[in-house]
Design a protein around this ligand. Structure first.
Ligand code: FES
Ligand code: FES
Length: 161
């Protein structure tokens, strides 16, 4: 018996007409239906932040979201951050400041930081650490991630993020 329902999912500006089971998680649909494997899955219970995506600009756990819940909303994954296949200034800063090692947490970190910088273009260190408090990194000790975000926040160039 086919228990799938039709779903229009808008991801990174593109609308996909797919069929999903109502119980399928957004993280799984992004990865397995759409091939957007930049969305990482760690704890699968909302604790690590690896699966963070932007839903209408807000960072959310895609492992706690059913795909059918987000019809009509704008989803952004890490693949949607880049423009013309160039790294964004935030991604460049992560690279320059050695803000990643294994990279498992990085998509979630980048999306969380992107949302922060859109809301608060010049956050201080406390605001950055607060924003990242839901994203776990087992490698870096966080300081280099904070440094990278602060470096972009201090960049007054227009369109820096
Ligand atoms: S995989 Fe979603 S919060 Fe850990
Ligand atoms: S770079 Fe490995 S978990 Fe963050």
């Amino acid at each position: 018996m086919n228990s799938r329902v039709p779903l229009k999912l808008t991801v990174n500006g593109e609308t996909f007409d797919i069929e999903v089971e109502p119980r399928w998680l957004l993280s799984d649909v992004l990865r397995h239906q759409l091939g957007l494997v930049g969305t990482h899955v760690g704890c699968e219970q909302g604790a690590c932040g690896a699966c963070t995506v932007l839903i209408d600009g807000k960072p959310e756990r895609s492992c706690l979201t059913f795909a059918i819940q987000v019809e009509g909303q704008q989803i952004t994954t890490v693949e949607g951050l880049t423009r013309d296949e160039n790294l964004t200034p935030l991604q460049e800063a992560f690279s320059e400041h050695h803000a990643l090692q294994c990279g498992y947490c990085t998509p979630g970190m980048l999306l969380t930081a992107t949302a922060l910088l859109r809301l608060e273009p010049h956050p201080n260190e406390r605001q950055v650490r607060e924003a990242l408090s839901g994203n776990v990194c087992r490698c870096t000790g966080y300081q280099f991630i904070v440094d990278a975000i602060l470096a972009v926040a201090g960049d007054t160039k227009e369109d820096a993020r």
